[in-house]
Design a protein. Structure first.
Length: 179
């Protein structure tokens, strides 16, 4: 989860992009996800440009806002219902949001929170978080992301994240205890 969280954070580390590309496309292959081939690994600047275009600012509006409140709130307003929901999960997990520069309902922070829940063995809480919060909005985000025609790196990241979230939430027995 932390790998996925870093993938949806503003790119500042060229080594992560280089090494992460191989890992990301290997995971996609293992999950049998059909994704576009990557001809060459994007430079840090190209990756940053695509990140900004997709998630921060673009002519005509941000095509794929990475915030729960945008999708959960019927008026598409940030800092509303979706953010309030995730704050309850941070509290239940015993942590505070890990960023001062992004709202707590930013996708990268929510994925990091899911990673924390896995690490601390809060598997019932993880299942509740996925089923009753993250998976309520992530499919809409993923659809918008793919429609925005991102680089193959971001398209693959979006599809891999969606598939892993679905698989984790549907596992029975060994991975989590049903709430």
């Amino acid at each position: 989860m932390r790998f996925l969280a870093q993938g949806f954070s503003y790119p500042e580390d060229e080594k992560f992009i280089e090494k992460g590309s191989g890992v990301l496309f290997d995971i996609a292959r293992d999950l049998k996800i059909s994704v576009p081939q990557i001809d060459q690994i994007p430079t840090l600047q190209e990756h940053q440009n695509d990140f900004v275009r997709l998630f921060v600012a673009a002519p005509g509006g941000v095509p794929a806002p990475p915030y729960a409140s945008y999708y959960i709130n019927s008026r598409k307003l940030l800092f509303q219902e979706g953010m309030e929901q995730v704050l309850e999960y941070y509290y239940k997990a015993g942590v505070e949001p890990m960023s001062k520069s992004e709202p707590p309902d930013h996708l990268s922070l929510e994925l990091a929170l899911a990673g924390h829940m896995i690490d601390c063995g809060c598997l019932s809480l993880l299942n509740d978080f996925l089923v009753n919060h993250l998976l309520l909005w992530y499919p809409q985000f993923e659809k918008k992301l793919v429609e925005a025609r991102p680089s193959s790196w971001f398209e693959t990241l979006g599809r891999v994240t969606g598939e892993l979230l679905k698989q984790i939430s549907s596992m029975e027995g060994g991975f989590y205890e049903k709430a």
